[in-house]
Design a protein around this ligand. Sequence first.
Ligand code: SF4
Ligand code: MG
Length: 277
Amino acid sequence: MAFDYDQYIRSGKLPHIWCPGCTYGIVFKSLLRAVDSLKIPKDDIALVSGIGCASRLPGYVDWNTLHTTHGRAIPFATGLKMARPDKRVLVVSGDGDATAIGGNHFIHACRRNIDITVIVLNNFIYGMTGGQHSPTTPVGHMATTMPFGNIDPTFNIPELAKGAGATWVGRGTAYHVPALDKLIIGAIEHKGLSVLEIINACPTTHGRRNKFRSPTDMLLWMKDTALPASAFEKLPPEKTAGKFPTGVLYKREAPEFSETYFAMVERLKKQKEAREE
Ligand code: SF4
Ligand code: MG
């Protein structure tokens, strides 16, 4: 039976804003299927975003949603999780929103290990605001703010998340859709801060400036450059040059922030009661 997307979509908000050939619709549908398979009731999930094309996603989904300010989705999500620790809290963000404007919030959420799933839709550019280079724009790529080719070295989002202390880190692409469904499920199921980077295509402000003749070319680039982490790790550096690993890239267990916080509150309450007896 075909998956019933309509049960989750705010049809009154359609048509969506995404350009023809944008891969955000692929990710949107993958997210809906993943959450549905986890059987999380609509009232028990919250999706928080900042600003940008990726951040318009919560507007289209009939869950608890917050569309906040640029780069600030993670602080809003942190407040939400602390107020309602019973809810599953997800953040959807772009590469600029998460790692430039919100970069400080991103790294500190990683080390805090609060139980939030951060999904970063990396399309290598600021799409909505007109094609400025972001921290993930590849060196040499054209952007409106790098008209002679980007000379800034890039962030590797999973490595950044791991280095900052995230306890689950993964990477998928908008091309490898069945694998993406599973990665989103894994990221949500993990207890602690999970970061899932999803490689996306922005044909409008990135692709057409960078010799991708069509959105299909961008998807084929993902097909040709992504390698499962298990295969990537076994290959010598000369065979992995220009490629990137996908799948669950890092995972560990560590105390979760809200549980640690509420345990501390209980401990202090008991100490206060003991003093007053
Ligand atoms: Fe997608 Fe780029 Fe268009 Fe934004 S500008 S909707 S990221 S194709
Ligand atoms: Mg972007």
